[in-house]
Every structure is written in C-alpha cells, then in structure tokens.
Design a protein around this ligand. Structure first.
Ligand code: HEC
Length: 98
C-alpha cells in the first residue's frame, strides 16, 4: 500500500498550487479590479454590474471569464493584464462564490 501516501502528497501539492494561484489573483484583483468590483466582488450598484460571486457569473467557464477580463465585456473595458495574471484572477473570482 505505497499508493495512498503518494496520492496524499499529490493532493497536498495540488491544494498548495490552487491556493497560490488564488492568492496571486487577489493581488492582481486588489490592484486592477477592486476599485470597481469591490473587495468582495459585490460591485457598485450605480454601474449595474453583477456580483462576481453570484450564480450567474460563477456559471461562466474559466475561459469566458478570462475573455471578459482581457477583451472586455459590455460596459467593462479590457483590463491590461497578462494571460497568467488573468488565470490567477479567475482562481480568485472562484473563491468569491457565495
Ligand atoms: C473601471 C471599472 C472596472 C474595472 C477596473 C474592472 N471591471 Fe469588471 N466590470 C465592470 C463593469 C461595469 C462590468 C459590467 C459590464 C456589463 O455588464 O456591461 C464588469 C463586468 C465584469 C465581469 C463579467 C461579469 C458578468 O456579469 O458576467 C467580470 C468577470 C469582470 N468584470 C472581472 C473583472 C476583473 C477580474 C477585473 C480586474 C482585472 C475587472 N473586472 C476590472 C467594471 C470594471
């Protein structure tokens, strides 16, 4: 039964990586998104935007969220961040899920 401990190590590494991406994503979010979307992703009512933690936004795929961010979406202009930063920020948006 050498298999189980090996699995546990991989699971632990995976968890650390996922956490790392979300933590990096929070830094990007704080710098580039928080002024409009607010720390908890609730957004500003005056701008009529959906909360990033809402079921509607969370239902979008990672690829769609990245596209919204890099290419812009409706009233939101494209945000100048790298592909890797967009991946991290999407990981952070997933942590906002209600
Ligand atoms: C200048 C203000 C502003 C900034 C900065 C901004 N956003 Fe937005 N964002 C908006 C507005 C307004 C909308 C709603 C657009 C619409 O529905 O027409 C939006 C929509 C979105 C959506 C789509 C939500 C939906 O309803 O499907 C995502 C995802 C998103 N923003 C993520 C981000 C991320 C991540 C960043 C930072 C990299 C960011 N935004 C920076 C204003 C902003």
């Amino acid at each position: 039964m050498r298999f189980l401990p090996v699995c546990a190590v991989f699971l632990a590494l995976g968890a650390v990586q996922a956490f790392g991406a979300a933590a990096d994503g929070k830094a990007v979010f704080d710098a580039k998104c928080k002024m409009c979307h607010k720390a908890d992703g609730a957004g500003m009512p005056a701008m009529k935007m959906r909360a990033l933690g809402s079921a509607e936004v969370q239902a979008k795929s990672d690829a769609d969220l990245k596209k919204d961010i890099i290419a812009g979406n409706g009233k939101m202009k494209a945000v100048a961040i790298s592909e890797a930063q967009a991946t991290d920020v999407v990981a952070f948006i997933r942590t906002l899920k209600k």
